[in-house]
Design a protein around this ligand. Structure first.
Ligand code: ZN
Length: 103
């Protein structure tokens, strides 16, 4: 058993567990109900652990690529006229009204 991720945000830990579930890596959440206000320290944060040590590297790789996807929104587009970043559902640049470039 090895810990691959820990966060105060149990929702995020659960989300990452579902990603590992999807690819068939067995994992579990430690300290799922461990929010004891009288005890502080990282040891009591919800932690995602893989059961098989052999899955550790693969799990880390998957979670890292997942984190990167969250930061880079691939659907956003950059205006060719003013270089402003626009949301995916915009057909015109919100800043200068230039047409969205063809993908
Ligand atoms: Zn623009």
């Amino acid at each position: 058993m090895r810990q691959v991720y820990t966060s105060q945000d149990l929702t995020q830990v659960g989300y990452y567990k579902s990603i590992l579930d999807e690819v068939g890596i067995h994992s579990f959440i430690r300290n799922e109900n461990g929010n004891n206000p009288e005890v502080s320290g990282a040891g009591f944060l919800p932690s995602l652990c893989v059961i098989e040590d052999a899955d550790y590297d693969e799990a880390l790789r998957i979670l890292k690529s997942q984190q990167k996807e969250e930061v880079v929104r691939v659907d956003e587009w950059k205006c060719t006229s003013c270089s402003e970043i626009n949301p995916p559902n915009f057909e015109l640049c919100w800043n200068c009204n230039a047409l969205r470039p063809e993908a």
